[in-house]
Design a protein around this ligand. Structure first.
Ligand SMILES: Nc1ncnc2c1ncn2[C@@H]1O[C@H](COP(=O)(O)OP(=O)(O)O)[C@@H](O)[C@H]1O
Ligand SMILES: O=C(O)C1=C[C@@H](OP(=O)(O)O)[C@@H](O)[C@H](O)C1
Ligand SMILES: [Mg+2]
Length: 168
């Protein structure tokens, strides 16, 4: 089975997209992000997919993107934060090197506050993130082969830890 070197999972704001790119650079391998794959397929941003077609349609596209990337991509792969909600996706992650980037509520809130484009967090991001973190933590833990804490640490520090962790 062709497989990604490493798959990053975790909540919005954990830094999957940021650390994933740095880790791919460190290894000199390609980076792929299932959110970007979904946007490329749809020809529009995730925020517009949610508005035009709704979250269930986004989730179906995401599941197809996860399956394709796990089968094809040999570099570093970042998933969207909600990809672990689908049992099909969790099953597909078995046998892969999956890193859970954990983040606490306060760091997640301040990080997502820096960016746009997460439609689930448009309304009351703090309360929504609190719910998402509680709901998903067991799912991230279930699929992870490794866990790395990101609170109060720079993306470069996290990347350096990942390079060490994945050496073995
Ligand atoms: N360790 C970190 N410390 C501070 N800011 C971070 C860290 N990791 C990511 N960020 C910032 O937080 C925001 C969300 O990061 P992103 O990589 O998109 O997270 P995710 O893909 O997990 O939702 C971005 O603005 C990014 O620059
Ligand atoms: O947590 C979620 O359900 C989502 C997270 C987003 O990705 P990030 O985790 O990269 O922000 C993106 O897939 C979409 O907005 C839904
Ligand atoms: Mg991301």
């Amino acid at each position: 089975m062709s497989k990604p070197l490493c798959v990053l999972v975790g909540a919005p704001g954990a830094g999957k997209s940021t650390v994933g790119q740095l880790l791919a650079q460190a290894y000199g391998v390609p980076f792929r992000d299932t959110d970007a794959d979904v946007e490329a397929t749809a020809g529009k941003p995730i925020s517009e997919i949610f508005i035009d077609e709704g979250e269930p349609h986004f989730r179906a596209m995401e599941t197809a993107a996860v399956a394709a990337a796990l089968a094809e991509h040999e570099g570093v792969l970042a998933l969207g934060g909600g990809a672990v909600l689908a049992e099909d996706n969790r099953a597909l992650l078995a046998g892969h090197t999956v890193v859970y980037l954990s983040v606490d509520l306060s760091d997640a809130v301040s990080r997502v506050g820096l960016g746009q484009g997460r439609p689930l967090l448009n309304f009351n991001p703090r309360a929504t993130l609190r719910f998402l973190l509680d709901q998903r933590r067991p799912l991230y833990e279930q699929v992870a082969t490794h866990t790395v804490g990101t609170d109060g640490r720079t993306p470069e520090e996290i990347t350096a830890e990942l390079v060490e962790l994945l050496k073995g």
